[in-house]
Design a protein around this ligand. Structure first.
Ligand code: ATP
Length: 358
């Protein structure tokens, strides 16, 4: 089977600096793939290599089975949507949408029909005669997306397209881009540092760090089975709790005091490990019962959910996400419990999750 896009051992250096360290990835036709990772991990660089705005130092890029290294961006059949929108300020929305098509001498009628279809799809028909300066941020972003749509690309490339929008509009555009993907069915590659965008829009997430892939998988697979501590900490908000301990045989002893049998596939030999547990998996008891006790340092009552920020006697922190409204005061002691089924145990410096016999 031919993939829409294949990256084979892609590397990129700028002068002496190696930025991408060997990326292998195959993307299927129609997939929505999100590249996510902290600032500087190389996600924009990778997208630019795919787009043809830059060339890899080594490795092959295949589009529908054809090697495209060195093929100019304009001949790859891809459309990119930038964070900055990159609209022409002196042109109307209609001209912004049609400009690229006029440049390739597409017949007028075809251009008109594509522009009108895209405007309808994005609900910007009433804005076609305005200039970008007369539009809101969200409307400008729609025009930028429209300009990508009219080219009918093999793949849409999005580089942090929502970063300049406020929270409410970001949420709305997230849903719209997902709907667009469902309607158009094109392959989409989307770069963001926002794990919520990744979780909500992706068919598959590629987590990057330092120019390497840490894990590739469906959103909930990454959430439920992170391959290492980095992915576990990056996916999910509030962040997973990490508690230090040692593993001897199948007995986990936390530095905070709790001792528990854990169903690890391989028994330990007294080595240091990290227990990961998501905030929503921690049980709370106001009368102090549970596996351990924490002091409430702070809390947030959001109505539907309560966040508790606590500290163990040994100084380690614990965040709890509780699904109910409960009375709390700073400085009070509460009991917390940790169900074994929710444990993630990371070996070494967190580079791998230990296999569990569930
Ligand atoms: N043209 C360049 N010359 C030298 N170094 C570069 C160049 N472009 C990018 N880099 C470096 O490559 C690394 C990856 O940059 P890139 O922009 O791909 O990261 P990113 O994950 O997209 O980050 P951000 O979320 O901040 O945009 C960074 O350390 C950056 O400084």
């Amino acid at each position: 089977m031919t993939h829409t896009l294949e990256l084979n051992d892609i590397r990129k250096s700028f002068g002496q600096v190696d930025v991408i360290h060997g990326i292998d990835l195959a993307i299927e036709d129609g997939e929505f793939v999100v590249f996510v990772g902290p600032s500087g991990c190389g996600k924009s660089t990778l997208l630019r290599l795919i787009a043809g705005l830059d060339d890899p130092s080594s490795g092959d890029i295949l589009l529908r089975g054809r090697r495209v290294n060195g093929v100019p961006a304009s001949e790859r059949g891809l459309s990119m949507v930038f964070q900055s929108y990159a609209l022409y300020p002196h042109m109307s929305v209609r001209q912004n949408l049609s400009f690229g098509l006029e440049n390739i001498r597409m017949p007028r009628e075809e251009i008109r029909s594509r522009v009108e279809d895209a405007a309808k799809l994005l609900q910007i028909e009433h804005l076609l005669d305005r200039r970008p300066g007369q539009l809101s941020g969200g409307q400008r972003q729609r025009v930028a997306i429209g300009r990508a749509i009219v080219r009918e690309p093999v793949i849409f490339l999005f580089d942090e397209p929502l970063s300049n929008l406020d929270a409410e509009l970001r949420l709305q555009m997230r849903v719209e881009i997902s709907n667009l993907h469902a309607q158009l069915g094109n392959t989409m590659i989307y770069v963001t540092h926002d794990q919520i965008e990744a979780m909500t829009m992706a068919d598959r997430i590629v987590v990057l760090r330092g120019g390497r892939i840490e894990q590739v998988g469906r959103p909930l697979d990454l959430y439920n089975h992170p391959a290492n501590k980095f992915v576990a900490g990056f996916i999910g908000a509030p962040q997973m709790n990490f508690l230090s301990g040692t593993l001897d045989g199948r007995v986990l002893t936390l530095d905070s005091g709790m001792v528990r049998d854990v169903p690890v596939a391989e028994p330990g030999q007294g080595e240091t490990v990290t227990l990961g547990i998501r905030p929503e998996a921690v049980g709370v008891s106001l009368d102090g019962h549970g596996d351990e006790q924490i002091t409430v340092e702070n809390y947030e009552q959001l109505g539907a959910v309560t966040y508790i920020y606590g500290v163990f006697p040994n100084g380690e922190s614990l965040t709890v996400q509780h699904a109910h409204q409960i009375p709390l005061t700073r400085g009070q002691t509460i009991g917390v419990s940790f169900p074994t089924e929710a444990f993630h145990i990371f070996g070494g410096a967190g580079e791998r999750a230990l296999e569990m016999q569930r």
